[in-house]
Design a protein around this ligand. Structure first.
Ligand SMILES: C[S@@+](CC[C@H](N)C(=O)[O-])C[C@H]1O[C@@H](n2cnc3c(N)ncnc32)[C@H](O)[C@@H]1O
Length: 239
């Protein structure tokens, strides 16, 4: 299992929460800077997928600083709940929600995707952006998401993937493994975080493998759509 702090004995969940707490004050800046702003378009596209379903009750798992939850306002839902295990990330997100005057529609709370504090069938849709790769137990997290969805509820997952084709694969590998960790380390002051990023993407079962896992945990019509030469993918499924 890939963890941020290899010398520590604690489990992945604890280490991931600690890492995101450490980088929370720099997360938004680094996200947009290191992706050259492309992540904004990816989020928009992923949320757009839900438009025809007009979800009213939405859950954003691994919400972090709330960017995906804020993007989901475009769907005009009644309520968006964002949940995350990092109090530091949520703190930054809460400030953004107050500044944007949307506290009546978005609520952020501390909680674990592998043990969601909601009753069965509570949500019309669940979204996860760049979160599933960080779950300690991927299948357990996805089963929990399936449980809290209504029958025919929609899942949208946005996650990094590995470009397959020449020369994108080579350019991406160079940037992701050599350039990005150096910049991330210098700006975020967490030495491990931006080494963990490429390592966790490498270890993540992307593409067909992830679709297979979605099927195993109970999602129907699981589909994958790659973005920007396969650097990122949108996965969708129906309960
Ligand atoms: C890369 S950030 C993504 C944040 C946000 N969704 C975005 O798009 O910017 C990953 C987030 O997943 C959270 N996370 C990891 N494991 C989790 C779990 N088991 N339950 C809830 N959140 C989790 C981390 O704390 C972190 O805030």
């Amino acid at each position: 299992m890939v963890v941020p702090y290899k010398e520590e004995k604690s489990g992945k969940k604890e280490q991931v929460a600690k890492m995101f707490d450490n980088i929370s004050h720099r997360y938004d800046f680094l996200n947009h800077f290191l992706s050259l702003g492309i992540d904004k378009g990816w989020r928009k596209k992923a949320i757009q997928y839900l438009k025809p379903f007009q979800p009213k009750q939405l859950l954003d798992v691994a919400t972090g600083t709330g960017d995906f939850a804020i993007q989901a306002l475009a769907l005009n839902p009644e309520k968006i709940i964002g949940i995350d295990i990092s109090a530091g990330m949520l703190e930054v997100g809460k400030r953004k929600i107050v500044d944007r005057h949307v506290s009546d529609r978005i609520e952020l709370m501390l909680g674990d995707s592998e043990n969601l504090p909601f009753e069965d069938g509570r949500f019309d849709a669940v979204t996860v952006a760049f979160g599933v790769r960080n779950f300690e137990n991927l299948e357990r997290g996805l089963r929990e998401i399936n449980r809290v969805l209504k029958p025919n509820g929609q899942l949208v997952v946005l996650e990094f993937s590995k470009p397959q084709k020449f020369p994108f694969r080579q350019v991406y590998n160079f940037y992701f493994k050599f350039v990005l960790p150096k910049i991330g380390r210098a700006i975020s002051s967490d030495k491990a975080a931006y080494t963990y990023l490429p390592e966790s993407v490498e270890a993540f079962p992307d593409g067909e493998k992830f679709l297979h896992i979605l099927n195993i945990v109970g999602f129907k019509h699981a589909k994958c759509r790659t973005l920007t030469f396969g650097i990122s993918s949108i996965y969708t499924g129906t309960k």
